[in-house]
Design a protein around this ligand. Structure first.
Ligand code: ZN
Ligand code: ZN
Length: 218
């Protein structure tokens, strides 16, 4: 199948948000809308798409700051793993630490859990729990399109921070080993920051995953 994937790099924190839909379908999802809501709404109007869900990989400020506005405009339900609720419910306080004001997001509509399959717009998103960057971090794997939206678990040549509240380095490495490196090498990874990469490329070249940096753990 052809999956349409439109990345949006936000001003400010520079995080990636994505609008994703099956080619020809009228229903899309927004993944980590962050601070890209205005251009996302433009795309939806241009393409005649309806947002059926806001899928959150995790609830750090940079990935959720626009959720309130997006839901106000589209009434889409919000999907989040419950272990990140302590972050989601305190988005306003997260923002204060950066001297920003952010509207509190609406209640979570659906709690994500590991191994859940979500069918939206003729696309199946497989939820993979990958804690370590945050406790409730999940990835969304679309097997039919050989891709995964991995948030801040792994980046091209790097991995997510584990020094933020609820972060855990060993848990992050274990998540990468169990949830990322078990995907086929040709799987394209769409991260929360920076350009897309592939499982095979990171397996071979990511300095955190090769032995001399202790990557033998992964
Ligand atoms: Zn994060
Ligand atoms: Zn981030």
């Amino acid at each position: 199948m052809i999956l349409q994937i439109r990345p949006f790099v936000a001003p400010g924190f520079g995080e990636n948000g994505y609008i994703v839909w099956r080619d020809g379908a009228a229903t899309a999802v927004a993944i980590d809308p962050g601070n890209s809501v205005a251009p996302m709404l433009e795309l939806l109007a241009d393409e005649g798409l309806r947002i059926a869900a806001v899928l959150l990989t995790h609830a750090h400020l940079d990935h959720v700051e626009g959720v309130a506005r997006l839901v106000r405009e589209t009434s889409a339900p919000v999907y989040l793993h419950p272990a990140d609720r302590f972050l989601y419910d305190h988005v306003a306080q997260q923002a204060q630490q950066f001297g920003m004001r952010v509207d509190s997001p609406p209640p979570v509509s659906k709690s994500l859990e590991h191994d859940l399959h979500i069918d939206i717009g003729d696309v199946t998103y497989h939820v993979l729990h990958a804690p370590g960057h945050s406790p409730g971090h999940v990835m969304f794997h679309v097997a039919d399109a050989e891709c995964a939206f991995v948030g801040d678990v792994i980046f091209q040549g790097s991995i997510g921070r584990s020094d933020l509240p609820g972060g855990d380095f060993m848990q992050l490495i274990e998540s990468i080993r169990a949830q990322v490196l078990t995907l086929p090498d040709e799987t394209t990874l769409y991260p929360g920051h920076g350009p897309p990469t592939t499982v095979g490329h990171e397996r071979a070249t990511n300095p955190f995953l090769i032995p001399h940096y202790g990557g033998g753990l992964a």
